[in-house]
Write a protein that binds this ligand. Structure first.
Ligand code: ADP
Length: 548
């Protein structure tokens, strides 16, 4: 084949284009004569915007046009008969050989190399440039030829590199923002805890009705700030990539039972029927993250349902397990559904905005992504909402779920002695406020700021006493370690409450359940703290009766 296409007088109809199904090569309705069109075609072939070469089935160059001279610095006629490797940097030749072999098995029109970063060509002077190459195969007399259009992509590559760098920078900045938010919201929880406890303490001692009303308003504001802080901490931790799911076998019945017990009082206070069906399935996943996900969906269902019911149900099909959280609440307008998973997005239906912070579903989406699940929301205004969580088959565990007995209702003897408490908390503000609050609740309370002080107090521990400890005590010890050491020394399960600003991580680090121990999130909900103390007192009463 000649380097000058004009010398090749073979009519096009002799070319077997079985690799290329396009029939019409010449545009119909053209204003040019056939001779003019021939000249245009010849010109285009010689001086095409991209360098053109044709390679035979032995990887030899059979044709090169004038643009090749510009791009590679080789005279086209000098390339004819030369191996294709002449245009490929030595370091890439072996790799390229594999590509051409596989291309010959399935020749088709396509761009070479999915990632432009991989493709380089070499000029006559030995310098390299990144290349974009488009291939088009054709046959002449049954023999395979491949035409390649080659261009220098240096500029495109630079733009691409800049875009990649900008994207990395944006991701880095986003992670930095998430880390900042995580730290800030975590650190704000200590003073928040103090304020919350002091507010509860004041509510106990202030007799004037007007003052109590103000304190009540204040407690509402504290609650909404706490909700915001918790949600901010959750979403920023998830987004900063700090959370790695730890998979264990999770019997769904246990998770559902815990959810029922957490939400039953809210449902009762809102006069909404809460139906929870306990499923027989076991899922291999991160227990705490799954709980957090369902907690957000159930929380929303109850928040946006004024009357009727909320249902948590579960079923399996060929693709895996489905969990539905359904409600008969206000529903979500169809045109808003698309955005409800966005951060801080809220639908304001009759002032519902103030009930949340717009992060619940963003957390759900992020957790579902981390766990490999998918979540969809279906809704009809005025009829209700269904959140559907799909757990793919690969996460279903073979073990059958143990049967869950509903927890017996604890009956508390109102005349029983209030438990004595030992409080271990290193933050002065939180310790003083907690101690004041617990004393006002009628508990004899002693407190320690350090582990050494705590050890002295714990020497005087009596059966029935309850230990309340912060999880992060110092660099080496956690409140839980302290409790476990105490239990070993005394030979019985000393009841304990462990408080943590990062409850999900703490729960995830615990391998086996800890009996007679309650874990609460900081800033602690004062009602939850009193509930935990009451429950543990009843338990240690049972222990004492059992021992007698
Ligand atoms: P919020 O903190 O406002 O509840 P979410 O991210 O959890 O934020 O939810 C986003 C919006 O989606 C909410 O403002 C609410 O309008 C709507 N929404 C979520 N779940 C429900 C539901 N079960 N019923 C009605 N509306 C819901």
């Amino acid at each position: 084949m000649s380097a000058h296409p004009g010398h090749n007088r073979k009519p096009l109809s002799h070319v077997d284009r079985s690799c290329d199904k396009r029939e019409d090569l010449l545009p119909s309705g053209s204003e040019f004569t056939m001779e003019e069109l021939r000249q245009i075609t010849e010109h285009l072939l010689r001086f095409s915007p991209d360098a053109l070469i044709v390679v035979d089935d032995a990887d030899r160059i059979r044709f090169a046009n004038e643009t090749v001279a510009e791009l590679f610095g080789h005279r086209p006629e000098n390339l004819i008969g030369k191996p294709l490797d002449t245009l490929i940097p030595e370091r890439l030749r072996a790799h390229h050989g594999k590509h051409t072999a596989s291309y010959a098995r399935n020749p088709n029109n396509r761009e070479m190399g999915a990632r432009i970063a991989d493709l380089f060509a070499v000029r006559a002077d030995g310098s390299e440039f990144p290349a974009g190459i488009r291939l088009a195969p054709f046959r002449i007399g049954g023999k395979l030829f491949v035409a390649a259009a080659i261009r220098d992509t240096t500029e495109r590559r630079m733009i691409n590199d800049e875009l990649v760098a900008a994207q990395h920078e944006a991701e880095r900045a986003n992670r930095a923002k998430s880390r900042f938010l995580a730290t800030a919201s975590h650190d704000l929880r200590q003073p928040m805890q103090t304020i919350r406890l002091l507010n509860s303490a004041l509510m106990k001692i202030v007799p004037q009705v007007e003052a109590r009303e103000l304190l009540y308003q204040q407690s509402q504001a504290i609650e909404s700030m706490t909700r915001l802080l918790n949600a901010l901490l959750d979403i920023s931790r998830l987004e900063s990539g700090a959370i790695e799911p730890v998979s264990v076998d999770v019997p769904l019945a246990e998770t559902f039972e815990e959810l029922r017990s957490e939400f039953s009082s809210v449902a009762a206070s809102r006069k909404v029927d809460l139906h929870v069906e306990l499923p027989p399935f076991v899922v291999s996943t991160d227990r705490t993250l799954l709980y957090q996900l369902l907690q957000n969906l159930l929380g929303n269902a109850l928040k946006y349902t004024d009357r009727g019911w909320v249902r948590l149900k579960c079923w399996s099909d060929a693709n895996g397990i489905n969990i539905a959280v359904e409600d008969s609440g206000i529903g979500i307008p169809a045109d808003k559904l698309e955005r409800i998973f966005d951060e801080y997005y809220q639908v304001d239906t009759h002032g519902t905005k103030r009930m949340g912070v717009g992060l619940g579903l963003a957390i759900v989406k992020e957790v579902a992504r981390l766990l490999g699940f998918s979540v969809k929301i279906f809704s009809k205004v005025g009829h209700g909402t269904q959140a559907l969580l799909h757990i793919p088959r690969r996460y279903t565990a073979a073990r059958a779920a143990p049967k869950i007995e509903s927890a017996p209702v604890q009956t508390v003897d109102p005349l029983a002695r209030k438990a004595r408490l030992i409080l271990v908390e290193d933050n002065d503000g939180v310790r003083l406020a907690t101690e004041l609050f617990l004393k006002l609740e009628g508990h004899e309370t002693r407190s320690a700021a350090t582990l050494a002080e705590a050890e002295r107090l714990l020497d005087g521990l009596q059966p029935g006493d309850i230990v309340i400890a912060d999880y992060h005590l110092d660099d080496k010890n956690t409140g839980l370690d302290m409790l476990m050491r105490l239990r070993e020394r005394l030979g019985y399960d000393v009841p304990g409450v462990v408080l943590s600003g990062d409850l999900p991580s703490v729960l995830r680090s615990i391998k086996t359940p800890v009996p007679a121990c309650r874990f609460l999130s900081k800033p602690v909900d004062t009602a939850a703290l009193i509930d935990a103390i009451t429950e543990l007192s009843a338990l240690s009463g049972d222990q004492a009766r059992g021992a007698a």
